[in-house]
Design a protein around this ligand. Structure first.
Ligand SMILES: NC(=O)c1ccc[n+]([C@@H]2O[C@H](COP(=O)([O-])OP(=O)(O)OC[C@H]3O[C@@H](n4cnc5c(N)ncnc54)[C@H](OP(=O)(O)O)[C@@H]3O)[C@@H](O)[C@H]2O)c1
Length: 280
């Protein structure tokens, strides 16, 4: 498995496992199967209400805690210094773990919801930095942060976020934001890498998949890792969990990468950090 070295010198596998929308039993079984199949990175969030199931899946897998990187996220309704500390404890309890490998601010405070969104994000981040220095979190990062949110955070932050987890799939991949993150050595992680199946009927992707004798799903995932972006596909189907890990037996040509880069917008979730809780 290829790894990405974060700006705090920790390493994450470039392919991880998503758990959004997995129910209790699906969560336990899929996490267990993913870890036993060779995944070393599991992505959950307080808002998914499945941290307990993820914790049980990790235990049931029999894999050593040190061999699994666990990501969870602070929900956007719980931002702020005190709340961040409390929420981290709640996540640790639900996951039944004594540290988190990567803790993310799920969505930034925005001007629609907070009188002083910059201060709210800064205070949240200060709590995350303290929790990291106490050893309760190994790496700290953000999710769904635009350039403006990162710029504001840099004014008070002592630690540069290790990761920005953003919507990134064929048809919507935010290249300018990715470039901005690269300048600060912030690793980009892709959410909804398969656009939840909404790109599977695209003819360009189907032709490229045929040329490599593989599935459109694997083409999407391979395109993402070839961008050096971490990918966390979700599946509760055993065969797909295994399939999504096998991305290193073929390579997309530069021309194919370019073709996928240039696809018109499709599969966009409609979720934007400046708009929540509304959608486009
Ligand atoms: N930070 C954020 O704001 C944010 C937002 C959204 C998601 N995420 C994270 O990113 C993870 C992935 O995103 P996502 O769950 O939204 O969507 P996704 O991974 O793009 O798509 C998941 C869907 O694709 C199907 N699928 C998976 N592998 C497949 C394959 N090889 N062939 C055909 N279909 C396949 C799954 O079906 P089955 O399960 O039925 O197999 C499921 O319906 C989430 O689980 C979550 O951990 C983060």
């Amino acid at each position: 498995m290829k790894h990405i070295v974060l700006n705090d010198n920790t390493k994450l596998p470039i392919v991880g496992f998503g758990t959004y929308k997995a129910t209790e039993q699906e969560g336990i079984e899929s996490v267990k199967h993913a870890l036993q199949s060779g995944y070393g990175l599991i992505d959950t969030a307080a808002a998914y209400e499945n941290e307990k199931a993820v914790g049980k899946g990790i235990k049931a897998s029999g894999v050593n805690r040190e061999e699994v990187k666990v990501t969870t996220k602070l929900w956007r309704e719980n931002l702020g210094y005190e709340s961040t500390k409390k929420e981290l404890e709640n996540s640790l309890n639900r996951l039944n773990l004594d540290y988190i490998d990567l803790y993310l601010i799920h969505w930034p405070a925005n001007s629609k919801n907070y009188d002083n969104w910059q201060k709210t994000n800064a205070e949240t981040w200060r709590a995350m930095e303290e929790l990291q220095s106490e050893g309760k979190i190994k790496s700290i990062g953000v999710s769904n942060f635009f350039e403006e949110h990162l710029k504001a955070l840099f004014k008070t932050a002592n630690v540069v976020p290790a990761v920005n987890q953003i919507e990134f799939h064929p048809g919507y991949w935010q290249p300018k934001l990715v470039e901005y993150c690269k300048t600060y050595n912030i690793a980009v992680e892709s959410w909804s890498p398969l656009a939840r199946g909404k790109v599977f009927e695209n003819e360009t992707l189907k032709n490229i998949a045929e040329a490599h004798n593989t599935s459109v799903a694997k083409i999407c995932l391979r395109w993402i890792v070839q961008h050096n972006v971490i990918v966390i596909p979700k599946s509760t189907t055993k065969e797909r969990i295994e399939e999504n890990l096998k991305l290193f037996d073929f390579e997309l040509t530069n021309a194919e990468m370019h073709q996928i880069n240039e696809l018109p917008q499709m599969g966009f979730s409609g979720e934007l950090p400046n708009l929540w809780p509304d959608k486009v």
